[in-house]
Design a protein around this ligand. Structure first.
Ligand code: G1P
Ligand code: ZN
Length: 543
């Protein structure tokens, strides 16, 4: 075994986005492409002597090859030890858990989340820091700067490590420990939730379907829900991570998890339905004929948090992204705790969690989590709901309806206009921005605008300011229209239109969501000319 120094030249476009570097597999397969980026990570980290890193991914195509390359490069950079998930498998939340548990220096996650997998699909790589959360911008920007000047990379010429064999081997001076992908995460879940009560629930014949969508959450859900909690075999389906996700689009929402939603709408529906995404950090909760809005899910978890052992002492605060509905704000108010409104993206929750200002966090985009790790966590959310069902003896539907009866209902929907002309989308946003000042005070039908602005966030912990985080048009009764451009799309621009209407009257809690929001949808069109500007008559995805 020797360490080699290989000459290389920079690749353009290696700037990490919202969630690391995501590109087509074919781009990653170019000689030196992955190596350059990994070298840039090591150049950014500096001296790795004596340090431990965590490594794993969602099992998509190129995962195993990438793990081998990164191990040999880590050895060449003097890393003392790498904890790698068996088969190269670790979900995003599991990486965060393992980093924290073993006080690792950081971790490398191989995932493009819910982007398609397979030889023609996407691959991705992201770096997490020692708190277990995504690297902050100053680190990702430093990595990017190194990718533009990198001229050589260091790599051991050692042979491949057997990733399927638990235990330790060495590459050069570095120890590689292949760890069980699930064990540490499962142990943490067993401390947070009342596993005895959930086990008793399944013993009583409670029925559930968890759709792993052939992505990474499957092994976790199967080991915990069927293995530890005693749910019957077959409760967790599509549990094996496949290199192309078996053709599934593992982004849990009623559009992509259509099979689960159809099952839950059918006559033989189980009592509880759930799904997660490619790298296991998103979640969808489904009752009988009821897909729970992620915004409601956050609020309901918060309102009932003390039923779960890990949250028995209560929660310090709640944080939600700006476009997420204000259902959680009402819970925070009732509990006498703070509710923070942050820009879109999990990274904005990190400081609030580290400073113990917030315990629970959520985004409307099927992301929910807590201070147990520093990523959103799909299986955690599902277990939280199971814990609530077990502790109250109530169904998902009852929990949701009783929540609405107590706090009122925030009707909520997101309309996505995907891959539209980027220039048209930009100019629509610019024109709308210019009109914001004149919107306040205007009346549209039954609604009167009380405030219209471009959301700006000042982090209460470090004082950093994030501007232009989305246009909000807020009505006198708290109803809202929010518009922003996606920061994760890969083709053209994606316009996201978020709609929220508050309804206190329980007699009007059973309306169809789109019907309930129709007046706001019309106002959004009137002020933005979204359809005409994008040339689209309909959103491509409605959640
Ligand atoms: C989307 C979601 C956002 C989430 C992000 C990463 O970002 O809207 O809530 O944090 O994916 O999972 P967007 O494409 O809207 O910028
Ligand atoms: Zn994800």
């Amino acid at each position: 075994m020797t360490i080699q120094t290989i000459a290389t030249t920079p690749f353009a476009g290696q700037r990490p986005g919202t969630s690391g570097l995501r590109k087509k597999v074919t781009e990653f397969q170019q000689p030196g492409y992955l190596e350059n980026f990994v070298e840039a990570i090591f150049l950014t980290l500096g001296d790795c002597g004596g340090r431990t890193l965590v490594l794993g991914g969602d099992g998509r195509f190129f995962n195993r090859e990438a793990v081998q390359i990164i191990l040999r490069m880590a050895a060449a950079h003097g890393v003392a030890k790498v904890l790698v998930g068996r088969g190269g498998i670790l979900s995003t939340p599991a990486v965060s858990c393992v980093i924290r548990k073993y006080s690792a220096f950081g971790g490398i996650v191989l995932s493009a989340s819910h982007n398609p997998g397979g030889p023609d699909g996407d691959f991705g790589i992201k770096y997490n820091i020692d708190n277990g959360g995504p690297a902050p911008e100053k680190i990702t920007e430093a990595i990017f700067a190194h990718t533009q000047t990198v001229s050589e990379y260091r790599i051991s010429d050692a042979g491949p490590v057997d990733l399927d064999q638990l235990g330790s081997v060495r590459i050069e001076e570095m120890e590689v420990e292949v760890i069980d992908s699930v064990a540490d995460y499962a142990e943490m879940m067993s401390r947070l939730f009342d596993f005895d009560a959930i086990r008793a629930l399944f013993q009583r014949g409670f029925t559930m379907r968890f759709d792993g969508m052939s992505a990474v959450s499957g092994p976790y859900a199967k080991a915990i829900i069927e293995g530890m909690l005693g749910a019957p075999a077959g409760t967790v389906i599509n549990f094996e991570p496949l290199e192309d996700f078996g053709g599934h689009h593992p982004d849990p929402n009623p559009v992509n998890a259509a099979a689960l939603v159809a099952l839950m709408n059918g006559a033989d529906a189980p009592e509880f339905g759930a799904a997660s995404d490619g790298d296991g950090d998103r979640n969808m909760i489904v009752g009988r004929s009821l897909a729970v809005s992620p915004s409601d899910s956050l609020a309901i978890i918060a309102a009932n948090a003390t039923l779960a052992p890990g949250y028995r002492d209560g929660i310090k605060g709640i944080a939600r992204s700006m476009p997420t509905s204000q259902a959680a704000d009402r819970v925070a108010q009732a509990l006498g705790i703070s509710c923070f409104e942050t820009p879109t993206g999990w990274k904005y929750f990190g400081n609030l969690l580290d400073a113990n200002l917030a315990t629970l966090c959520g985004e409307e985009s099927y992301g929910t989590g807590s201070n147990h790790i520093r990523e959103k966590d799909g299986v955690w959310a599902v277990l939280f709901w199971l814990n609530l069902v077990a502790a109250t003896g109530k169904s998902v539907n009852q929990l949701v309806e009783e929540h609405w009866a107590r706090f009122g209902r925030n009707y909520y929907s997101r309309h996505d206009y995907e891959a539209v002309d980027a220039a048209a989308a930009e100019s629509m946003m610019t024109d709308l921005r210019a009109r914001l000042a004149s919107l306040a005070g205007q009346t549209f039908g039954d609604y009167r605008v009380s405030q219209a602005d471009d959301f700006e966030y000042t982090d209460p912990v470090d004082g950093s300011v994030s501007k232009r985080q989305g246009i909000r048009i807020i009505m006198l009764d708290g109803s809202r229209i929010v518009m922003r451009l996606s920061g994760t799309g890969t083709e053209g621009a994606t316009v996201r239109l978020y709609l929220e209407r508050y309804e206190a009257d329980a007699a009007r809690h059973a309306l169809d969501t789109q019907e309930a929001l129709k007046p706001l949808i019309d106002i959004a069109e009137q002020v933005s000319q979204l359809k005409q500007r994008t040339g689209r008559q309909q959103p491509s995805v409605v959640t």
